[in-house]
Design a binder for this molecule. Sequence first.
Ligand code: GLC
Ligand code: GLC
Length: 814
Amino acid sequence: MKFGYFDDQNREYVITRPDTPLPWINYLGCQEYFGIISNTAGGYSFYRDARLRRLTRYRYNNAPWDCGGRYIYLRDDESGSFWSPSWQPTRHAAEDYSCRHGMGYTTIGSKFAGIEAYTRYFVPLDENLEIWQLTVSNRRATPARISVFASVEFCLWDAQDDATNFQRNYNIGEVEVNEGVLYHKTEYRERRNHFAFFACSEPTAGFDTARDAFLGPYRGWDNPAAVASGQLSNSIAHGWAPIGAHQVNLVLAAGETRQIIFVLGYQENPVDRKFDPPDSQTINKKTAEPVIAKYLGAKEADAAFGRLHEHWDKLLGIFQVDTPDLHTNRMVNIWNAYQCMATFNMSRSASSFESGIGRGLGFRDSNQDLLGFVHMVPARARERILDLASTQLDTGGAYHQYQPLTKRGNNDIGSGFNDDPHWLILGVAAYLKETGDWSILNELVPYDNKPGTEEPLYAHMGRSFGYTLERLGPHGLPLIGRADWNDCLNLNCFSDTPGNSFQTTTNRDGMVAESVFIAGLFVRASRELAAIACHQGHPDDAKRFLAAAEKMEQTVKEHGWDGEWFLRAYDSFGEKIGSKERDEGKIFIESNGFCVLAGIGLDDGRAAKALASVRERLATKHGLVVHQPAYTRYYLHLGEISSYPPGYKENAGVFCHVNPWVMIAETRLGHGDEAHDYYLRINPSAREEISEVHRCEPYVYAQMIAGKDAPTFGEAKNSWLTGTAAWNYYAITQWILGVRPTYGGLEIAPVIPAGWQGFTATRIFRGVKYKIAIERAGPGNNVALTVNGSPIEGNIVRPPTDGSNEISISAVLS
Ligand code: GLC
Ligand code: GLC
């Protein structure tokens, strides 16, 4: 069952009924000002940090879902009835409801009692504000008197404090109202130098800033007393809950259409010019007024929308494909790339499942995210890499997370996740391959942000490498620490105390439990690093990296192989995990996917065997599960993985993030059919038809789909902010379609389904446009390349030396 459809032409997903199984969201903003917006106008806005600079309030885990938003109400002043064109919060049965989620904007509306109203929400580029463009049309044969109300509920900036510290917060709320603009200035009197504003393009017939006045006693956003009465009361909030609400009275002739613009924004003032006059407590509004005036004009708003559109045209234009498969095209050309940008912007902080107060930017996650967005915003990828590396510790280890606002490592969670350091190497490698900007390696970067500790980025990567070699266990495999990629395989935790964090509780010395997954990652990362060292003219380093990788590969073959597949780990008693010797957790996806992806066992049949075992034991119609059999009870020595009921999350759920590792592994064996088959099983667009089962948005990946052991097999959770976005993008574009940046040029190495006759693509790579046509002449993956009409050796196309900026490539597969 579907709740909408893809409008590929306009790059939109169109939701045609409001009661989706879960709120289906989109993101507004792509620089510093952001918002989440659901298909019924729920969500919230923030400046840079969803915890520390939250503008509007949102109630997670509320009933109904998705409470708090950018709510507009219309009131028919003849009949006194009122409704929300976005369905929420009044939930009237309107006609022609639609929500169009597009690239950085969302338009929601419907028709009720002959009045049509649609609102387009977006954040203009380079501005810290959002525009709501409301278009109201009278489709009646008679004139209509309609009052329009637009409302937001202000959050008192720190979202954590906002949700907990009521004894203080009910006293501090403050607002100002000036020339029809509502200003939220809680805590501005003391240490904040930022405020929020909410403005309207039309002369208003009233406002409210006190929630109680607007809603009335014991009433909710679904039935505000002031809207029911048809008149806002110009209330001024003193403490309690400041809101912003505007009222505009319209008289619409039959057939008449009017547009009203609302602007909600964030403004910072210089500390010494906070007040105007200087010795007053009144906000200096001079900084905000021009920008407010600018975007209240329809022309400027439309122009800003046009620029946003062009921005996305440009980003998405960097890679476009035309394959025989609609779901591949749609995800690669539009939604997967778009989701990669969202994960870049948000990391794992703010979504329907991430509260914006829980997590900062993950070291591991952010490095992997690079794989999906580096081609679109290389300059910002560069900055991100340097920020990440600055939080690395001098041991080579890393803070597991850092706060985006301060860019400092997060002490609460600390370090000791022994896979973390290697993702930096893979992130930097992806950046170098895409850009050829080797200068980044010479950037001086501190450890733990401590001045005086700076070393070139290249040295940081050397420390990542050394970190593992200094932490090998009894079998010569890497010690796992608190966890590796699987945050929930906590082999040194041994927590029997409710509420202990599985990630930070450590009750063992950590000198026994080893990870075969980290071994695979180490092999992969060290070979990348060797290639980088060679290029940098450090052959001795390269030798060292390669020798260590080689040795690790042998160790994996010796101690990390279970006969039919790769082991997952050794626990802190030295017992195997992910082995036929176990009753539960016999085989895991991570080590099998990553070891093969890293090339281990390609030469001796182990890789093929491992992937056959994965297919036999882990593949389901909804994707590949993490392990089998699921853990049926809590095991002290395994940690959080066994805390989840069978089939959910890391306990044998379909963790979509790791599925692409197997897709890539399949391509390394030349199995295009298998790789693409796995790709389609979790492709959101390919799952659109089963939206009632999948439940999350059909246009973006979710972190997890319940596995076959779960009663809700096939149900997705935790959509949007997941490493799934980057890895799937990377797998389909670089390994299945095989258009792959390398240090020396663009490699063309498709491993596509046997049934595909070919495909075409355009790729902008280091400023040059490559027009690629792939044609199948035989069933295999051998590539014969012609560049600008002349055959070339091998399958790497070097950047042109003659200054041309367009290249035609045709490749024949046989
Ligand atoms: C979450 C985390 C990620 C981790 C994964 C598996 O997606 O963000 O860092 O690797 O779970 O536990
Ligand atoms: C939980 C989740 C895991 C996530 C971790 C982040 O353990 O199961 O997916 O990575 O939280 O802290």
